[in-house]
Design a protein. Structure first.
Length: 318
């Protein structure tokens, strides 16, 4: 099979920006093979994405998937195909419990792939994931969301999902370290040109570096609005994260999320200093609820694996 770039996330690390500004626009000699947000690829998305992380182990057939995808790869002459889906790194609201199984499937289907793993400072990404949870109709408080619970199905948050070195080590073992690029969200947010050059070198692009917009996508709505209206989520939106609430009207998940956005829109006029103070309070709550020492140890191991200068981006270190 033609070599392919697999961008596996993590969640809330600028995935939409990468997809829309680099992959979709075929920058750096890359061309999207799969993008669940791109309607032009809807058929391919439906036939590949759920199967990679949703198919029952007894139904998964790597050879069939490989043959299916190869038909699309051959039509992209001169371009490196890209599959970009943050769900391939695991579900952050479920502790990322299937991340290793997904990695094994990707190795079986794409043994020669190049892997892009995007990360983000843990306190910031956990808060962003919590607000994604509220955006989809979840109703737990931040304290409840962060509290480990005993559940046979294992559908709850665990901070170990954000011990990045574990998944990086797995992919380096599966695909070789030289075929795995780990990029901090903070680097392409503040040093866009450096990141673009780095990604271009990684995929073997030899052309001139494109001028890529730094536009924001999926802007986070009011932290205050999302938090103070969270109990209304199950009354408005049906989603796996709230157990497909029977209290909500029979709307599609997209319509339910849109209704929640409209309900929280009035909070967008609150002063920025109020939003910042509330956000800082929630970040402090996260720091008090998780094991910061384990986060720091994980980041130190990640530096050993990648030589990334994480300290300059505010990552916790021992």
């Amino acid at each position: 099979m033609k070599q392919i770039l697999l961008h596996i996330g993590y969640h809330k690390t600028g995935t939409t920006w990468l997809q829309k500004e680099i992959f979709d626009k075929e920058q750096l000699g890359l061309s999207p093979l799969l993008d669940s947000r791109n309607k032009n690829n809807a058929i391919l998305s439906k036939s590949i994405t759920p199967f990679l992380y949703g198919a029952h182990d007894l139904d998964f057939r790597a050879s069939q998937m490989r043959d299916h995808i190869e038909n699309y790869c051959t039509s992209q002459t001169g371009k490196m195909p890209v599959i970009s889906d943050e769900r391939l790194s695991g579900n952050p609201h479920g502790g990322g419990r299937d991340s290793a199984a997904i990695a094994e499937r990707l190795r079986e289907v794409f043994p020669q792939a190049k892997i892009l793993i995007t990360i983000r400072e843990q306190i910031s990404v956990i808060l962003s994931c919590y607000h994604q949870y509220l955006k989809r109709g979840g109703c737990r408080s931040l304290k409840e969301y962060l509290t480990p619970r005993q559940a046979p199905e294992g559908d709850f948050f665990t901070q170990s999902h954000f011990h990045y070195h574990r998944l990086v080590e797995l992919y380096q073992n599966y695909f070789k370290p030289e075929n795995v690029l780990v990029a901090p969200f903070e680097s392409y947010k503040s040093e866009k040109n450096f990141f673009i050059q780095q990604l271009g070198d990684f995929v073997g692009y030899s052309g001139s570096m494109p001028d890529i917009e730094n536009s924001a996508h999926n802007k986070t709505p009011s932290y205050i609005g999302a938090s103070y209206t969270r109990l209304l989520g199950p009354l408005i939106a049906r989603d796996p994260l709230n157990g497909y609430s029977p209290l909500a009207p029979p709307l599609s998940p997209g319509h339910g999320k849109h209704a929640l956005r409209l309900m929280r829109k009035p909070f967008d006029i609150l002063p920025d200093k109020w939003e910042k103070a509330f956000k800082d309070k929630q970040m402090t709550q996260i720091k008090e609820s998780i094991n910061l020492e384990e986060i720091a140890k994980s980041n130190a191991k990640l530096i050993e694996q990648t030589n990334l200068q994480l300290g300059q981006y505010g990552y916790l270190l021992p």
